[in-house]
Design a protein around this ligand. Structure first.
Ligand SMILES: Nc1ncnc2c1ncn2[C@@H]1O[C@H](COP(=O)(O)OP(=O)(O)OP(=O)(O)O)[C@@H](O)[C@H]1O
Length: 591
């Protein structure tokens, strides 16, 4: 039983899957947008199929002439000449037809891929985090590959096969409706098993795809966390997870292979029954003199000509079914609702305000319960509290990464989620330990927040974070390629690049979440200097996991159980002798 018929927690948390109707509509739009090219492709294939009809007809005439004794050398020569001309015409039209359908499928695939990339890069961060990278990775790789195969090879084959089957089928019936009767055997044998197969294959393939997503997720997580796996000796545990994900994939593949195995024998029967029927029935009709030998021969050859295209079509039906589920997964990415809608409102001032904010990662489980905070421009606010209290969540909301479930977080009176992302990043930014260096030059990496920044501005930003020296010493200076496969930057250098980007983005408010805690102490001290340079003159919310940073702040907010318990300057909170004073004493005593 496929687990997707009863959605599991995993299935609920993955990205959406588009319905069959959406997939059909989208395919309709794709075909409509390429209808001119499609019409040409159909026309060429039609010509090729018509040219292909001449062969069996000529052979039928030769057999008829020989068996009735009416053959002369001249008439046979003329027929063979006709056969050669028909073959040449078929070859030429088939070549043109195949070429035009390959060009069409490449265009359709390119469009689909561009649409998908467009939706994928617009996905809200919180959605990607909740779904895990595995699901998105599987959609970008396995699903795109499955569709690519069907579009590149499937569309041309379907067009060729359908036109050949239709044209040849019509020619068979026109040649002799009576001799063509065995053609009916195919649908008779196919209908029921194929309906059953198609009904079960859709959910089966969806399940199979979901298991690939899990497998990709486990693989990506293991590679990303390789150092942790090594340090904590988690090889066994990761191995077990792989085994479990593989087992599920194996079960899903077994299920779909089982479906195919039960369907294929009926297909085979449907192929060969009309050929055998046409031979026996046509032979008998000719023997009895009901139809001429030439016609019976042509009909048998026509029916036999149907075998290849029908075989291709049926083989593809399975691939198309598989690709249709991939298509639902790819189109599903576009169904994720935007987590912000820019209203065009312009903030008046730099004041960040948090008003009665609630937030839940999972429905019905709030982790922030009505938080309110008013940041004074230029101040430094430390947010402290026990682990799991909601500090990082509050930080993400204050930086506009996620929107609150209820309540408002505004800058200059405008909710953060009403701002364009570019505009938002110029107002407030989150600084974490994650600092990805993208593949490209160092200058490309620095220009991400400000594509128009001049070389001098890049140097100034690097200088501000004390990184200009090493940057200029790189093999090609700022033009050095960095990121995966390029010049390797150290952790501290990568963090400095991230800080220099902040200088270029120039937000008035920064939310710092444990910015330096993963570095070795020497690098951390150096980085703290760089960080201090970036912080100067800005409003700062520091998610303080070590209390000494709280001591230096203008005000301290104590967060516990998703609520702000205390708020005020360090000295005042100590004097009040509440939660903060207790935390402070225990930290000082440990120190
Ligand atoms: N991505 C997530 N999905 C579901 N729950 C989450 C997620 N991130 C955090 N939580 C939960 O939200 C609550 C608040 O977590 P948060 O990380 O904000 O606390 P914190 O005070 O920053 O803790 P720490 O100091 O340990 O980082 C915790 O109960 C945590 O388990």
């Amino acid at each position: 039983m496929s687990p997707l018929r009863e959605p599991t927690d995993h299935a609920r948390r993955t990205l959406p899957i588009a319905s069959g109707a959406v997939v059909r509509r989208h395919v309709g739009v794709l075909l409509r947008d390429h209808r001119r090219a499609l019409l040409w492709v159909l026309l060429w294939h039609l010509l090729a199929a018509v040219a292909g009809l001449a062969g069996p007809w000529v052979i039928g005439q030769v057999v008829g002439a020989v068996t009735t004794g009416a053959a002369t050398v001249t008439s046979i020569d003329a027929l063979v000449g006709l056969l050669a001309a028909a073959l040449a015409a078929e070859t030429a039209t088939t070549w043109v037809a195949r070429r035009s359908s390959l060009v069409l499928s490449e265009e359709v695939f390119a469009r689909l891929r561009e649409d998908f990339v467009g939706s994928a890069v617009r996905l809200p961060l919180s959605t990607v985090e909740r779904a895990g990278t595995g699901d998105l990775l599987a959609r970008t790789t396995n699903d795109v590959d499955a569709i690519s195969y069907v579009i590149r090879f499937g569309i041309p084959t379907v067009v060729v096969s359908v036109t050949t089957v239709l044209v040849t089928g019509v020619a068979t019936v026109v040649a002799s409706p009576l001799a063509a009767l065995p053609l009916l055997l195919t649908p008779l044998v196919w209908v029921l098993p194929t309906r059953r197969y198609l009904r079960l294959a859709g959910p089966g393939y969806l399940w199979e795809h979901a298991t690939y997503a899990r497998l990709n997720g486990v693989a990506a997580e293991t590679v990303e966390g390789a150092a942790t796996v090594d340090a904590l000796g988690l090889q066994g545990e990761r191995g077990d997870r792989f085994a479990e994900a593989l087992r599920e994939s194996h079960d899903a593949e077994r299920y779909t292979v089982g479906l195919r195995l039960r369907w294929f024998p009926w297909l085979e029967l449907g192929f060969f029954a009309p050929v055998a029927g046409a031979l026996l029935w046509g032979g008998w009709l000719a023997w009895e003199g009901v139809v001429p030998v030439a016609t019976a021969t042509a009909v048998v050859l026509y029916v036999q000509r149907l075998l290849d295209p029908l075989g291709e079509l049926v083989g593809l039906l399975d691939e198309i079914q598989f690709a249709a589920t991939s298509m639902s997964r790819i189109l599903g990415v576009a169904e994720v609702p935007a987590d912000r809608v820019a209203t065009g409102a312009v903030p008046s001032g730099d004041r960040l305000e948090v008003d009665s904010v609630r937030y839940a990662y999972r429905e019905g489980q709030d982790v922030l319960h009505g938080v309110s905070l008013d940041l004074r421009p230029g101040e430094r606010l430390a947010v402290v509290g026990p682990s799991g209290a909601g500090k990082s969540t509050l930080g993400r909301l204050m930086a506009g990464v996620d929107g609150p479930r209820t309540g408002r977080i505004t800058v200059g009176g405008v909710p953060l989620v009403d701002l364009e992302l570019d505009e938002l990043r110029g107002q407030v930014a989150l600084v974490t330990q994650e600092h990805h260096v993208f593949v490209g030059t160092l200058a490309d990496n620095l220009r991400l927040p400000r594509p128009q920044a001049s070389e001098d501005q890049l140097r100034e930003a690097l200088d501000a974070v004390d990184a200009l020296d090493w940057a200029l010493r790189l093999p090609q200076g700022l033009a050095t390629r960095v990121g995966s496969g390029g010049h390797r930057l150290t952790e501290a250098q990568a963090q400095q690049v991230a800080l220099a980007r902040l200088v270029l983005a120039d937000p008035h408010t920064l939310v710092l979440d444990e910015a330096t805690s993963l570095l070795d102490p020497r690098a951390a001290r150096h980085l703290e200097r760089s960080l201090a340079a970036v912080l100067t003159g800005r409003t700062v919310v520091a998610i303080a996991h070590r209390l000494h940073t709280a001591h230096d702040a203008d005000r301290v907010a104590v967060v516990a159980d998703g609520r702000v318990r205390e708020l005020g300057p360090h000295e005042e909170l100590i004097a009040a002798d509440g939660d903060y004073a207790a935390l402070w004493r225990s930290w000082r005593d440990e120190g």
